[in-house]
Design a protein around this ligand. Sequence first.
Ligand SMILES: [Zn+2]
Length: 186
Amino acid sequence: MEVLETLFSKALKLESQWEITKIEFLEKEGRINIFIDFPKGSVFQCPKCKKEAKAYDITEKRWRHMNFFQYACYLVVRVPRTECKEDGILQIEVPWARSEADFTLLFESLAMTLCREMPANRVSQIIKVDDNKLWRMMGYYTEAARQLEDYSEISKIGVDETSKSKGHDYVSLFVDLGDKRTIYVA
Ligand SMILES: [Zn+2]
């Protein structure tokens, strides 16, 4: 592996079975594509039972990663599906991203931090990603956070309704009056 590829694999903390096969620098587009593959015969974990399984087939996936200076950086990865005797054919999990996500975990943590501080369309302009993708990501993390919520101790709730802009679209807020936090918006 060449020096640059080695440097990038260290920076990405790639585990042994993954290797960078090519780095494409597209100066005009302001973009770097990092191609990642695995050697033939590599063994993966079945995402369900975690037992060793061989690659069944491969799909190319793309994740937006942290910028390299002003250049948008993408991981272009040949991701295998494994064939397990018990669980059948499944897409493996990769260490750098959720498999259905548009961004790597590092990029998501940056985007989520920004989304907490400013409106999504502003974040979309700063990090140059489509705001639909941001909403999809926020939807996932909001749902994940809601799964961890425990409402069993709530004894008093307040409900209030307001109309959205001018018209008959209403937004209803359900608030836990004890902890003064919003628990549901409809
Ligand atoms: Zn399995």
